[in-house]
Design a protein around this ligand. Structure first.
Ligand code: HEM
Length: 244
């Protein structure tokens, strides 16, 4: 067996051959544009993997393992959001010079992004319409839709441990279940941060009123998604406490 080294283990020749700018002559900023998207898709892959671990731990009612998993999920979500800032360095007039070469490609066609949203628990009509716009949802999205949403799994874990959601906030001392529920809320917040940073990026580059290559109203459409919620009950518990 041939010895594995850094380049062969990481399949670097193949990986580094996957960036193929379409502009002619090649626009100097297109490489950055491609790499931020490709890197995001790679991180989406790890995020989905770690969300699977989270789901398995929740289904096994293993709070400590679920806590470890949600911490990693949250760190990855933060990294994915921060990466967008690399494209804040792309001035509008320069993006315009190669935007035409992207054809109809749009981030809204990212099957992994939709799978993450579906795994988290998005089921509202706007989301269901977005995933079936180009026919049946991709298989990974369909599979995620068929699983119980994260919020359902966490509430089942609490029921298994005979703990009320509200009691986590009103009872004595922080418990592992409290940290888990708050970890999930943290995920929601960080994901919304990605959405917000992305809208800002879009506004900064193509402006607030330019339509997207995927056929939406662009920033106007995206800003509506910032308030989408994966875990409505975790938000509602706050209202309950304050409404007392
Ligand atoms: C020059 C930078 C970028 C611009 C101008 C831009 C623009 C847009 C626009 C206008 C949309 C709305 C859909 C459409 O009509 O096309 C969109 C959606 C989306 N973009 Fe970007 N984008 C940029 C960078 C990125 C990056 C780096 C990612 C990382 C993967 C990304 C991922 C997505 C995703 C996942 C959606 C769907 C969001 C949703 O429907 O909630 N975008 N983008």
């Amino acid at each position: 067996m041939s010895e594995i080294d850094y380049g062969s283990y990481l399949r670097l020749p193949e990986l580094l051959a996957l960036q193929t700018p379409q502009s002619e002559p090649e626009h100097p900023d297109e490489l950055l544009f491609i790499v931020v998207h490709q890197a995001s898709e790679l991180w989406f892959k790890v995020l989905r993997h770690e969300m699977d671990t989270l789901i398995t731990s929740l289904q096994a009612f293993d709070t400590m393992r679920a806590l470890l998993a949600i911490q990693r999920v949250n760190t990855l979500t933060e990294i994915i959001a921060q990466q967008l800032s690399a494209l804040d360095t792309l001035p509008p007039q320069r993006f315009m010079q190669f935007r035409g070469y992207l054809g109809s490609s749009s981030g809204s066609q990212s099957a992994q992004f939709r799978a993450i949203e579906a795994t988290a628990g998005l089921r509202d009509p706007h989301f269901l319409q977005a995933i079936s716009e180009h026919g049946d949802p991709p298989p990974e999205v369909q599979a995620a839709l068929e699983r119980p949403a994260l919020q359902t799994l966490v509430l089942e874990l609490l029921a298994h441990d005979k703990v009320e959601l509200e009691t986590l906030y009103t009872g004595p001392g922080p418990t592992p279940q409290f940290l888990l529920v708050e970890g999930l809320l943290e995920f929601e917040q960080r994901f919304a941060r990605w959405r917000f940073l992305h809208v800002q990026l879009v506004e900064r580059i193509i402006g607030p009123a330019t339509g997207g290559s995927g056929g939406t109203l662009g920033a106007k459409y995206l800003s509506r998604t910032v308030s989408q919620r994966f875990f409505p009950e975790l938000w509602a518990v706050r209202t309950k406490i304050y409404g007392r």
